[in-house]
Design a protein around this ligand. Structure first.
Ligand SMILES: [Zn+2]
Length: 105
């Protein structure tokens, strides 16, 4: 589960989920209000889960599964990855390269 880099408190599932929907790179600890960022590993796992979530579309394109199966499987995989996200999200005291470029805009 996600842990604050400053106060070492473990965040609750809903704390993480609430912070994943924010579009700003900086996230605030719910306990000490310290600003931190999502870890590079989190971004890499998110990219892999995005590919997995849309993999049914590839099966649909080549004709292995129907359009309805593509739709519902993609939705189900997306929901599962969102619900599991608080278990693999990690924080970092320093911003990632992507966050740095966002902050410099
Ligand atoms: Zn904290």
């Amino acid at each position: 589960m996600t842990q604050c880099q400053k106060c070492q408190q473990q965040w609750k599932w809903h704390h993480v989920l609430k912070r994943t929907v924010k579009l700003t790179p900086a996230i605030i600890c719910p306990y000490c209000q310290h600003e931190q960022y999502w870890h590079e590993r989190t971004a890499r796992i998110n990219q892999k889960l995005l590919v997995i979530s849309f993999s049914p579309a590839l099966l649909g394109i080549v004709g292995f599964i129907s359009a309805e199966e593509v739709f519902f499987t993609t939705i189900a995989l997306g929901i599962v990855s969102i619900l599991l996200s608080p278990f693999y999200y990690e924080t970092s005291a320093t911003p990632t390269r992507a966050a740095k470029s966002w902050l410099n805009k």
